[in-house]
Structures are given as C-alpha cells and as structure tokens.
Design a protein around this ligand. Structure first.
Ligand code: PLP
Length: 409
C-alpha cells in the first residue's frame, strides 16, 4: 500500500520517549538513587468501591440469557447519558439533553475522531503550549501543512500562552475554522476566566468556527467563579463541542470512558452554505465507526453520579490537588515562577537562572533525583518551563520537594 504521508510528516514522539530514556540512563549510572516521578501524567489512586460494585453487577448480568447484553447503542446507554445530563449540566443550570451527549472510550479518541466531520481544508488553531494530540491529529488529517524550522506547522494558527497573558491565551488575529481549547489546561494547570472564554466564544461566532473545548480536568475546579463548562458562556451552545473524561476525575485511565457534548444548536455550513447539524454529523460518524463503550464500564461510570461516587471523586481529587499545592509552594520558595496547581494536578514553572527546559530537567534529575516534563515538549511557547504533577503519593511528593529545596539554582 501507499502510506498516508500526513503520518510520515509527523516527527517521532520525542518528548516522553526522551524523558524515559534519560531517566533510564540516570538510573543505570546511579543504581543506588531512587528517582521520584514528578512527571506522571496518569492517576495513581484506585477505583472507588461503588464503581467496582456497579461494574461487577454489569458483568454478572452477562452470565444470564435474561440479562445478557450484546451490542449497545453507539451513542452510549440512556442511563449514563441521562445521569450526565442531570448531574453535570442540568443541576448546574445548563440545558444539555441526553441526546446531545455521546459516550466515548475516552477523550483522546474523540479529540482525534472529530477530524472526520470537519472539512479537510479547515484551518486549525491551538493554544501553545498545549496537549500534543490537537496538533498531531490535525497533521494526520492533512491540516498541518509543513513543519517549519521554528518547530511550527505552517497551516496551523497558534495562540501563545505567555507570562504576559498569565498563560491564558487570547483569540488570534487570523481566521480559524476549528479551535482547540483546554481548561484546566494541560500542561500549564491554568484555567480560563469567564471574560477570556467569552472572547473566544465571540471569536468563534465571528469566524463561524467551532471550539473543541477539552475539559478533561473540570472536576479539579471548585471555585464557582471559574467556568467548568464552556456552556456557562451565553451563546456557546451554538459554537462549541465539549469533551470530557472520567480518566482523571475518577481513575478511569485504564477502564476507558468519557463523553462528548455536541449541542443541537451547533451548525456547520454545507456545500452551498446551507446549515448542517453537527450533532447529526457526529451521530452518523459514531454509528458507522464506533460500536459503543463497554457496558460494564458504562455501569461503573454511572455509579459516579451517586452520592458515594461524588464523594469518592472528591476524595481522590483532594489528594492530587493538595500535592499540587504543596509542589507549587515549595517551587516558589526555591525561587521558581509558578502557574497552575490550584484547579489542576499540574504545576508549570520556570527558574530565572535556568531558562532551558531540558537543562532544568537534567539538573533536577541529577541533583535531586526528581523527574519532570520539559515544557518545550508541549510547544514552542513552553520553552524554559517544566511541568510537575500532583499524581504521585503525598509521601513521595513531600520527599521530592524536600530534595528540591536542597538544590542550588
Ligand atoms: N485531554 C487532556 C488535556 C489530557 O491531558 C488527556 C490525558 O492526559 C486526555 C485528554 C486524554 O484523556 P482520556 O484518558 O480520556 O483519553
């Protein structure tokens, strides 16, 4: 066969493999030293008991011809779509109905799959630094153009997150058709304020663009002043798709379940400028290419909307957030400039004396036995920064930060 050259244009995934290789080298040269992983992007706390019980029950139903379930609805079971509609939206004053919610096997799949329903020549805009999946899937879909020497793709529009804008990116001057936004943000841990999100919604309305709003970390927000959903902004249902996940919220990184909201008010333009329902396009795409998330997993996800499920989510997230706050405090005491770490498991940091991401990574690994993620791996505007995460245990997090306190910068 002939290869899809959109894929061959992409550089090899350099960031995480390079981080892993450097940690391996360090361990080989220092077999007695224990590296504390502060670069973990995965959750570490176990699944809540009520979720496990619901999954067991779902599995047991498969044992009897009376309760056995085969293929489920491609859009997800009604019991889960209804629980989400009520628990995550209607109870918060947002009118999202079950038929606007599509259950997925996680946010990453849908972030990529959505590319099926945009016109191939769509201009994609991303915030920089950002979760690499937005740019890589745009390139795979033929929407990247060419990689330039600056490390950026010439057809992609970049909205920089910088210290000047507090790492809250503003809409670009250029036109875009599809905009990827993420709040609470990976990697910076920063959240959108209501005013800036309003500017993005206005931008999308003006440019007739769609915003793909990745709120995989929304459960980390507990300040009512901070938007958890883009639909808190008036008019957003006409311009935004929201993507969520149970991965970081409830430890589902291995179980795999999330959901995508495609409001019925959202319209694209057809061949002759006529309005096309994006909800219908996505429904058509899912019915053809997806056979639904696993039934026992959806049973487990629905249990998260019970009082026990809610309490378990809060308990886990409180641990990660407390770790992140501690990391932020200790980094500040060590002279770092820090961002995020309040409504997020991520802390984004720079030291005035060490302005190269990889040099800072190497110093922390060598002198403190701590691994982090170099910010440059998330985009050009991440240069000079590092990302630390609150996903390790409280004990290891404290030990890592004690070690950091002894490093001379
Ligand atoms: N979106 C963001 C911003 C993420 O950081 C991640 C995972 O790290 C995902 C989506 C993927 O989530 P899921 O496990 O649901 O595929």
């Amino acid at each position: 066969m002939k290869a899809n050259t959109n894929f061959t244009k992409l550089p090899q995934s350099y960031l995480f493999s390079e981080v892993a290789a450097r940690i391996r080298d360090h361990k080989e040269s220092n077999p007695e030293s224990e590296v504390i992983r502060m670069d973990i992007g995965d959750v570490t706390l176990p699944i809540a008991r009520c979720v496990l019980d619901a999954m067991h029950k779902g599995i047991e139903e498969m044992a009897s011809t009376v309760t056995f379930r085969g293929y489920g609805p491609e859009q997800g079971y009604a019991f889960l779509r209804e629980a989400i509609s009520e628990g995550d939206y209607k109870s918060r004053g947002l009118d999202i109905s079950p038929d606007e919610i599509f259950i997925s096997d996680g946010a990453k799949s849908d972030l990529g799959n959505l590319g099926d329903i945009y016109s191939p020549d769509s201009v994609v805009a991303v915030a920089d630094p950002g979760y690499p999946v937005y740019v890589d899937t745009a390139v795979m879909g033929g929407r990247g153009g060419d990689l330039t020497e600056s490390g950026r793709w010439n057809k992609i529009v970049y909205a920089d997150s910088t210290p000047e804008n507090g790492f809250v990116p503003r809409p670009p001057k250029e036109h875009a058709d599809v905009v990827y936004l993420c709040s609470p943000n990976n990697p910076t841990g920063v959240v959108f304020d209501r005013e800036t999100l309003k500017e993005w919604v206005e931008y999308a309305r003006r440019e007739k663009a769609v915003i793909v709003y990745d709120s995989a970390y929304e459960a980390f927000v507990d300040d009512p002043a901070v938007p958890r959903s883009i639909y808190e902004i008036p008019g957003a249902q006409e311009v935004a798709i929201e993507i969520r996940s149970f991965s970081k919220t409830a430890g589902f990184t291995g179980l795999r379940c999330g959901y995508t909201v495609v409001p019925k008010a959202l319209k694209a333009s057809g061949e002759n400028g006529e309005e096309v329902s994006v909800n219908r396009l996505w429904n058509r795409r899912q019915s053809t290419k997806f056979n639904g998330a696993s039934y026992p997993i959806q049973c487990g996800a629905a249990a998260l909307y019970s009082p026990e499920g809610r309490a378990a989510i809060k308990e886990n997230i409180d641990v990660y957030k407390s770790n992140a706050r501690y990391i932020k405090k200790k980094l500040s005491e060590a002279g770092f400039e820090t961002y995020g770490g309040e409504h997020s498991p991520y802390v984004w940091a720079r030291h005035p004396e060490q302005t190269d991401s990889w040099a800072l990574f190497a110093k922390l690994l060598k002198e403190a036995g701590i691994s982090c993620t170099p910010g440059i791996g998330f985009g050009r505007a991440g240069g000079g920064y590092i990302r630390l995460t609150g996903f390790n245990t409280p004990e290891k997090t404290r030990e890592a930060m004690d070690r950091l306190g002894k490093v001379d910068f």
